[in-house]
Ligand binder design. Structure first.
Ligand code: IMP
Length: 426
C-alpha cells in the first residue's frame, strides 16, 4: 500500500501546508482531492513565504508530480495565475508535471457572482463563505449541469454547455438578485483563452495515480479545509460544500481506497475558525486576542481575522473517529508559549449531562458548554526545539494529554512556520 492522506482535523487553517510540504519528501506524487481556491496554504521555506490556493504545495519540490483531482472545483483564472507565478520563479509547471482531471468541475463568473449575491442577500445566518464560487460550482456538479475541465478539449460542446447553464443562472442573477444578466457570447469570449491554456493540463488522473502505485511510488493526498467544515459531518449549515474527510481521497481523485495506509490528521495546538458558525471554546477575552496576534491568525485566502479558542478534544475525538487517524501532526505549539495556564476542552455539558462526542442535532453546538481541564503553561520560546526532549516538560505533558484524550499518537510537532522548525515525537 502506498497512499497517505494529510487532512485538517478542525475548521481548516491547521497548518496543513507545512505538514504536506514536509511529508512530500516521502512522496512521488501529490494529489488534491476536494475544495478549490477557498483553501490557502502558506509555506515558509528558508524564510521565503509562498501562498498557494489551488496547485498542490508539492510543486515547490522539483521532480514531484502534482495532480488536481476530480473532487476539486477549479477556477481557471486562479489556476493560471498560480502557474504563471510559480513559473516565473523558475519552477517546472509544465503539463508533464502538473495534471488536472478531465472530471474536475470548473468555476466560472456566474458561480462567483451567485456566491457573493447570495451571501449579501442573507441578513442573518450568513455562512461567511470565501466568495470564490465554491458552493455554486458544487451545486452544478450535483445538478449535473456543471462544466468540467474535459470540456475544454471540445470548444463547441463548451459553448453549448455555457449557454445552457447561463439561461438558468441569469434567471437567478437578474430575477432574484437584481443583477445585470451575463451575455453568453461575451462570457465565452472571456472564457475560451483560459480554457485553451488549461486544456494541455487535462489528463486521465485515475490512470496516472494507478500507474504511480504500480511502479511502487508513494502518493500523498493533500486535504483542504477541515473535518468540521465537511458538508455532511461538519457544523452544517456553516460548512463548505465538499467532503473534507480522509475517505474522500479515493472518490475525489479516482484512487482506490485500498491503497491508503496512512492518515495524518493536522491539528493546531489551539482552535481557530473563520466565517460564521458555532465555536464552543471560542475566547472573547485577551487570551483569544493573544492567540490571534501571536499566531498571526488571518485567513490566507480572505485576510479575515480568525476567531480563536482553546483546543477542543470533543471535536478532535470526532475527527479521529471519522478520518481513521494513524498519526497526529500538532502545529503552532510555539503560539502557546508564555501562557501561565492552558485549558483543554475534554467534554461538553449537554442536556444536563456530559458528552465526549459532538451531539448530532443541527446547531447543537450552539447550546453546549465546554468542560475544561487546566494544565500549566511554559515560559520562553520553543521555536528552536528540534527534538522531543528539547521541549519543556509542561509542553510535553500537554501533548501527552492530547494523545490520551484523542486516542491517536502524535507523530510530528511544529514549533514555528519554517520547514526546519519541526520535530518528531518518536
Ligand atoms: P466556502 O468554502 O467559500 O463556501 O465557505 C464556507 C465556509 O468554509 C466559510 O465559513 C469559510 O470561511 C470556510 N472555509 C472555506 N475554506 C476554508 C479554508 O481553507 N480554511 C478555513 N475556512 C474555510
Amino acid at each position: 500500500m502506498s497512499g497517505m492522506v494529510v487532512h485538517g482535523a478542525q475548521w481548516g487553517d491547521e497548518g496543513k501546508g507545512k505538514i504536506v510540504d514536509l511529508l512530500t519528501e516521502q512522496a512521488n506524487m501529490i494529489v488534491r482531492f476536494h475544495g478549490g481556491n477557498n483553501a490557502g496554504h502558506t509555506l515558509v521555506v528558508g524564510g521565503e513565504k509562498t501562498v498557494l490556493h489551488l496547485i498542490p504545495s508539492g510543486i515547490l519540490h522539483p521532480g514531484k508530480r502534482c495532480v488536481i483531482g476530480n473532487g476539486v472545483v477549479l477556477d481557471p483564472e486562479v489556476f493560471l495565475a498560480e502557474v504563471d507565478k510559480l513559473g516565473a520563479t523558475g519552477l517546472d509547471v509544465s503539463p508533464g508535471r502538473l495534471a488536472v482531471s478531465y472530471r474536475t468541475h470548473v468555476i466560472t463568473t456566474y458561480h462567483k457572482l451567485l456566491d457573493q449575491a447570495r451571501e449579501s442577500a442573507l441578513r442573518s445566518g450568513k455562512i461567511g463563505t470565501t466568495g470564490r464560487g465554491i458552493g455554486p460550482a458544487y451545486e452544478d456538479k450535483a445538478a449535473r449541469v456543471g462544466i468540467r475541465a474535459g470540456d475544454f478539449l471540445d470548444e463547441k460542446l463548451l459553448a453549448v454547455k455555457l449557454k445552457r447553464a447561463l439561461a438558468e443562472k441569469n434567471a437567478l442573477l437578474a430575477g432574484l438578485y437584481g443583477m445585470e444578466p451575463l451575455d453568453a457570447s461575451k462570457l465565452l469570449e472571456e472564457f475560451l483563452p483560459l480554457a485553451r491554456r488549461v486544456a494541455p493540463y487535462v489528463t486521465d488522473c485515475p490512470a496516472l495515480i494507478q500507474k504511480a502505485y504500480e511502479s511502487g511510488q508513494r502518493v500523498l493526498f493533500e486535504g483542504a479545509q477541515g473535518t468540521h467544515l465537511d458538508i455532511d459531518h461538519g457544523t452544517y449549515p456553516f460548512v463548505t460544500s465538499s467532503c473534507c474527510l480522509s475517505g474522500n481521497a479515493g472518490p475525489g481523485s479516482g484512487s482506490s481506497p485500498r491503497y491508503l495506509d496512512t492518515v495524518v490528521s493536522v491539528v493546531k495546538a489551539y482552535t481557530t475558525r473563520v466565517g460564521s458558525g458555532p465555536f464552543p471554546t471560542e475566547l472573547g477575552c485577551v487570551i483569544g486576542e493573544h492567540l490571534q496576534s501571536v499566531g498571526a491568525e488571518f485567513g490566507a485566502t480572505t485576510g479575515r481575522k480568525r476567531r480563536c479558542g482553546w483546543l477542543d478534544m470533543v471535536l478532535l475525538r470526532e475527527s479521529v473517529r471519522l478520518n481513521g487517524t494513524t498519526e497526529l501532526a500538532i502545529t503552532k505549539l510555539d503560539v502557546l508559549s508564555g501562557l501561565t495556564e492552558i485549558k483543554i476542552c475534554v467534554a461538553y455539558k449537554h442536556k444536563g449531562g456530559q458528552v465526549l462526542y459532538p451531539p448530532q442535532e443541527e446547531n447543537a453546538l450552539e447550546g453546549v458548554q465546554p468542560v475544561y481541564e487546566t494544565m500549566p503553561g511554559w515560559p520562553g520560546d520553543i521555536g528552536s526545539c528540534r527534538a522531543w526532549g528539547d521541549l519543556p516538560a509542561e509542553a510535553r505533558d500537554y501533548l501527552l494529554r492530547l494523545e490520551e484524550l484523542s486516542g491517536a499518537p502524535i507523530g510530528i510537532v511544529s514549533v514555528g512556520p519554517d520547514r526546519a522548525q519541526t520535530l518528531r515525537k518518536s
